[in-house]
Design a protein around this ligand. Structure first.
Ligand code: ADP
Ligand code: ADP
Length: 219
C-alpha cells in the first residue's frame, strides 16, 4: 500500500543546438502510507525535476509514477490535475500565499475549488490555523504576518484538502535558523498527526535525520 511509487523513471532535457542533459536515470522510490522521506540533493542534481514528476507537473521520458495504486503516467491532463488537487499537497520555500486574502481565506479557497462548502471549509481552515498556533491570525493578510507565520499558514493550505502525500521543497529554507528549526518540527508533527506521507527536500542534514528515511540524489 504505497502512496507513491516512482518506477524506473528517466528524464533528459534536450534543447536545440545544446547537448542533452540527463537528469534522472532509472530512478526508483516508494513511499509507504505515513512514511516521511527526506530528499537531499546538491544543487543541479535533479531535485526540482523529481518533485515536478512526483507532483504530476512534469512527465518522465521513461518509467511510471503510481499514485495510490493508480498509474498516472500518460493520463490526460484533466485527470492528472484532479489527482494533484485531491491527493497532493505542496509547500515551497516561499509561501506563495495570495496577498489580498486573509490567512483563513488562503486555506478556504483550495477547498472551495475542490467542492467543499463554504461553512465546512472555514471550519477546517480555523481548526488548522489553531493547530499551528495561529488562531489569532485567521483574519490577517500575509503582509501582517512574520515569515514563520506565513509559512505555517502555507502548511495549513497544503493540508486543507486532506492530501495523501505532501511534497515540500525546502519548506523552511527562507527562515532564519532558529525559526526554521521550530517551524520544521511543527510541520513534521502535523504530518505525523494526520498520518499522511511526505517527501521533503532539504539541504539541512540535521533536519533530514529527523525523518524516517533519507534519499540522496546525485553525488
Ligand atoms: P535541482 O533542483 O536539484 O537544482 P533541477 O531538477 O532543477 O535540479 O535540474 C537538474 C539539471 O537539469 C540541471 O543541470 C539543470 O540545468 C537542468 N535543467 C532543469 N530544467 C531544465 C530545462 N527545462 N531545460 C534544460 N535543462 C534543464
Ligand atoms: P515566528 O517565529 O512565528 O516567525 P516571530 O517570533 O518572528 O514569529 O514574530 C513574533 C510576532 O511578531 C509575530 O506573531 C507577529 O505578530 C510579529 N511579527 C514578526 N514579524 C512581523 C512582520 N514582518 N510583520 C508583522 N508582524 C510581524
Amino acid at each position: 500500500n504505497d502512496v507513491l511509487r516512482i518506477e524506473g523513471v528517466s528524464k533528459t532535457y534536450s534543447k536545440d543546438g545544446a547537448a542533452p542533459v540527463p537528469v534522472l536515470k532509472d530512478f526508483r522510490l516508494s513511499i509507504a502510507k505515513g512514511e516521511v522521506v527526506a530528499l537531499v540533493a546538491p544543487s543541479g542534481a535533479g531535485k526540482s525535476t523529481l518533485l515536478h514528476i512526483a507532483g504530476l507537473l512534469d512527465t518522465p521520458d521513461e518509467g511510471r509514477v503510481v499514485l495510490n495504486g493508480r498509474d498516472m503516467t500518460g493520463q490526460p491532463d484533466r485527470l492528472r490535475t484532479e489527482a494533484r488537487r485531491r491527493e497532493l499537497g505542496f509547500v515551497y520555500q516561499f509561501h506563495h500565499l495570495l496577498p489580498e486574502f486573509t490567512a483563513a481565506e488562503n486555506i478556504i479557497l483550495p477547498q472551495l475549488a475542490n467542492g467543499t462548502g463554504q461553512a465546512a471549509a472555514r471550519k477546517r481552515a480555523l481548526a488548522l490555523l489553531d493547530r499551528v498556533g495561529l488562531g489569532h491570525r485567521a483574519d490577517h493578510r500575509p503582509a501582517e504576518m512574520s515569515g514563520g507565520e506565513q509559512q505555517r499558514t502555507a502548511f495549513c493550505r497544503a493540508l486543507a484538502n486532506e492530501p495523501a502525500l505532501l511534497l515540500a521543497d525546502e519548506p523552511t529554507g527562507n527562515l532564519d535558523p532558529a525559526t526554521s528549526d521550530r517551524v520544521f518540527d511543527m510541520l513534521i508533527e502535523l504530518v505525523r498527526e494526520t498520518g499522511l506521507s511526505a517527501l521533503i527536500a532539504t539541504h539541512n542534514l540535521e533536519l533530514a535525520a529527523r525523518m524516517d528515511r533519507v534519499i540522496r540524489l546525485g553525488a
